[in-house]
Design a protein around this ligand. Structure first.
Ligand code: PXP
Length: 239
């Protein structure tokens, strides 16, 4: 069965816009689990622009919740993550000026460092995943450095689907990478920019075992939750 990982970073983005406590990412994590999310993803960014250390600590300490903590290769972040002890980590590239994670890891350049980070987490029985572009070379490198899983960056594919452009070439790249990774014993995940339509198309790739989706889920939740909240306020002010 394919699993859905729900990324709740943008609950924290909304909370941080006020610098107060609402909406609480911890509550969002519990609610997502209750509604069927197989895991919760949070990204402890170096600039802490959404989830902060306390959120990560609280969310990772919820019993029976599978938390996938996204981290960069920054030494301080790795140290924190080892202390926080999530069930899973996903190593991602981070660039100070990016709006979101814009591409996969440069595995060729950072092979030694990432291999070391993977071994630190594996020693603590934490599942390791690498966020990579759909590239055969990166699949082979992921195997060399002992990653348990890879998460294929689906940003380009998702953008093509959203803009109604031809996506077959990008789809085939993802498919071929998934087939090879699976053959090599690496579990395949997919994420970035996914919405209902792009996720449905990727379902055709049997090897993808997990989808990690954030921005679209939170965006849709605002739209579809708005009606309920307005109804409740109308009831309150009617007295
Ligand atoms: N997977 C990884 C590794 C990511 O870094 C992100 C974005 O932070 C996502 C999935 C989710 O992407 P989106 O918010 O576009 O669904």
């Amino acid at each position: 069965m394919k699993r859905l990982g729900v990324n709740i970073d943008h609950v924290a983005t909304v909370r941080n816009a006020r610098g107060e406590f609402h909406p609480d990412p911890l509550q969002a994590a519990l609610f997502a689990k209750k509604k069927g999310a197989n895991s919760i993803t949070i990204h402890l960014r170096e600039d802490r622009r959404h989830i902060n250390d306390l959120d990560a600590k609280k969310i990772c300490s919820i019993k029976n919740l599978f938390v996938n903590l996204e981290i960069s290769t920054n030494n301080g972040i790795v140290k924190n993550a080892l202390k926080i002890k999530p069930k899973f980590v996903c190593i991602v590239p981070e660039n100070r000026n990016e709006i979101t994670t814009e591409g996969g890891l440069d595995l060729k350049r950072n092979k030694k460092k990432i291999k070391k980070i993977i071994s630190l987490f594996k020693n603590k029985n934490i599942r390791t995943s690498l966020f990579i572009n759909p590239s055969i070379k990166d699949i082979k490198l992921s195997k060399e450095i002992n990653a348990d899983c890879i998460e294929i960056h689906t940003g380009n594919f998702s953008n093509l689907v959203k803009s109604k452009k031809k996506f077959t070439k990008e789809f085939l790249k993802i498919k071929n990478c998934s087939t090879l990774a699976n053959k090599m014993g690496i579990e395949v995940h997919a994420g970035h920019g996914l919405d209902y339509k792009s996720t449905k198309i990727l379902l055709k790739i049997q090897e993808i075992k997990e989808f990690n989706i954030g921005h679209f889920i939170i965006g849709e939740s605002i739209l579809y939750g708005l009606g309920n909240v307005i109804k409740r306020f109308k009831k309150i002010i009617r007295g």
